[in-house]
Design a protein around this ligand. Structure first.
Ligand SMILES: Cc1ncc(COP(=O)(O)O)c(C=O)c1O
Length: 399
């Protein structure tokens, strides 16, 4: 749960180094699995020569990801590559080039994934032209509804917009490969959509023969109180993109896809390092640890506690506009004024800096959100220690 800097200062980690070290830093089982594999063999170029661990991990991911149907797995080294694979296989299988993705979402920084991303203008600055024919639509970010409506009175205007405006005016379903969505926005500020948003997306995909692609790079592996966020809605996506916590910090990405969709011929997509046996050893040990300790349950339980306490802070502090989350993926959005909801970005950055100086690691996200994503092994006492630092920070800064 802690990190120590070169001067010996100890930090309580509420970031998991971007939702990655879900089972904590330096987990002895993961370290041991990596050491053992390094002594055996480092590399086998798994796109030509399978190694046992690569196959084992593929079987494990097929087993634990939502959807009781045959699947295939493509391994890579990062989240952005997991998305690139999904983008390419969706085009390959459907023969259609268009994609829908969401404003506020983050899918990576290589050209394909950047083209799907919609979280910050500076990600795009000087990099155009991007991959064409991606239509970005508003996410169900109810605190800042793009349509200025209120849930549930809105009747899900964001879904209506996709179905009755986008698909009918600018994006013919016959040319559309699929919809790429983060089930909970990550970099966009830990925005949890209403449940029917995800279910309605599924319905739109089924009605129009579109692929539903979940980016679970940040939400996967117990983070949200389920092993995968899709389980909250009992939705079985056609493609699931994974990375970050998959190997607790060892670089690895995976695209898990319905077999009948990943029907491309050998060589359509490949790489040198994906499925590297050391990464697979780290991943298998990580998954074993998450499953044997049922860490998603701790995530749900302590996530609820964290939400409860932060909602108390919201009552007390004038700058906390919104508190939201699922499991240990919790966002606190700071505003200059609770009525106008003007983002308090500088204040958010000050909170981050002060917490850092007092030994608490948090992350920024969205316009002015503090992101809480501690390792899933966290205890109630550690949450209280972190929240005491946060409380003193808000008091000290008169927020
Ligand atoms: C939801 C999501 N998708 C994709 C990515 C890209 O992953 P990577 O940085 O490993 O390329 C990220 C990274 O933050 C992410 O949060």
């Amino acid at each position: 749960m802690t990190l120590t800097d070169p001067d010996g200062n100890v930090y309580l980690d509420f970031s998991s180094c971007i939702a990655t070290t879900n089972i904590g830093h330096s987990d002895p089982n993961v370290t041991e699995a990596i050491k053992k594999q390094i002594e055996r063999i480092l590399h086998t170029s798994p796109s030509d020569f399978y190694s046992e661990l690569t196959t084992k991990l593929a079987e494990k991911l097929v087993e634990i990801t939502p959807g009781n149907f045959p699947k295939r797995v493509f391994f890579s080294n990062s989240g952005t590559e997991a998305i690139e694979c999904a983008f390419k296989v969706a085009r390959w299988h459907t023969g259609r080039i268009r994609m829908i993705s969401f404003i506020g979402s983050f899918h990576g920084r290589t050209f394909g994934s950047l083209s799907l991303t919609g979280s910050r203008a500076h990600h795009f600055n000087k990099f155009s032209p991007l991959v064409p024919e991606v239509t970005h639509v508003p996410y169900a970010y109810c605190y800042r509804c793009a349509f200025k409506k209120e849930y549930p009175k809105c009747g899900l205007e964001c879904i209506n917009y996709i179905e009755n405006i986008v698909l009918k005016s600018i994006c013919p379903p016959e040319e559309l490969a699929g919809i790429v969505v983060e089930p909970i926005l990550g970099e966009g500020g830990y925005v949890v959509p209403p449940s029917d948003f995800i279910l309605e997306l599924k319905r739109i995909c089924e009605a129009n023969n579109l692929l539903l692609i979940f980016d679970e790079v940040q939400t996967g592996f117990g983070r949200t109180g389920k092993l995968f966020a899709a389980e909250h809605w009992k939705v079985e996506p056609d493609i699931i993109c994974l990375a970050k916590a998959i190997a607790n910090g060892f670089p690895m990405g995976a695209t898990v896809c319905k077999s009948k969709i990943m029907d491309w011929i050998a060589g359509s997509h490949a790489n040198t390092f994906g499925g590297n046996p050391v990464g697979c050893a780290a991943s298998l040990a990580t998954i074993e640890s998450i499953i044997s300790q049922r860490l998603w349950e701790n995530s749900e339980k302590l996530g609820n506690y964290l939400l409860f306490r932060l909602n108390e802070f919201k009552e007390e502090f004038k700058s906390i506009g919104d508190v939201r989350g699922k499991g240990l993926m919790v966002g606190v959005e700071l505003v200059k004024n609770k009525n106008t909801k003007e983002p308090a970005r500088e204040e958010r950055d000050l909170v981050l800096k002060h917490c850092f100086e007092k030994g608490l690691l948090l992350l920024p996200g969205g316009f002015s959100t503090l992101r809480f994503a501690p390792p899933l092994i966290i205890t109630k006492e550690q949450i209280d220690i972190g929240l005491n630092i946060l409380y003193q920070t808000f008091k000290g800064l008169k927020l």
